[in-house]
Design a binder for this molecule. Sequence first.
Ligand code: ATP
Ligand code: MG
Length: 140
Amino acid sequence: TEKTFAIIKPDGLLGNYTDDIKRTIVEYGFRILKEKIVQLDEGTVKSFYAEHSSKSFFSSLIKYMTSGPVLIMVLEKDNAIADWRALMGPTDASKAKITHPHSIRAKCGLDMEKNCVHGSDSPKSAQREISFFFKELSAE
Ligand code: ATP
Ligand code: MG
């Protein structure tokens, strides 16, 4: 099996999508190994999304991700990384509504920025992101 890291972003949590999303996660065969509600601060988001630090949307992304609490999770199943990305749908939620209407971002996201959920994009990022938030899993 494989682990991946997921976030229900502030718009997802605020919009009461959490139970729906978690039900979908379990329905698709993921095990929720860890979960925690946290309020991210600016420094944490900057470091978490460091790969985007030079992008024009970076300051807006920090504002969005610190705008309210998020739910962070470690998910586990075979092929968890790719399967969770597929279940989330494309980054741009407004396009997801047309091309991937059953995806999570289509259902609870809004646009290119406010897209409701995060998922690790590779085994390397999954490992980095899991140990970033859950130190007790960092050896695995
Ligand atoms: P995530 O990393 O959150 O799972 P992703 O891998 O689909 O999303 P990335 O390219 O890694 O997309 O972008 C990280 C996040 O930054 C996006 O989820 C979105 O919230 C925001 N973002 C990305 N591109 C833009 C953009 N062009 N304008 C505004 N916000 C953006
Ligand atoms: Mg990404």
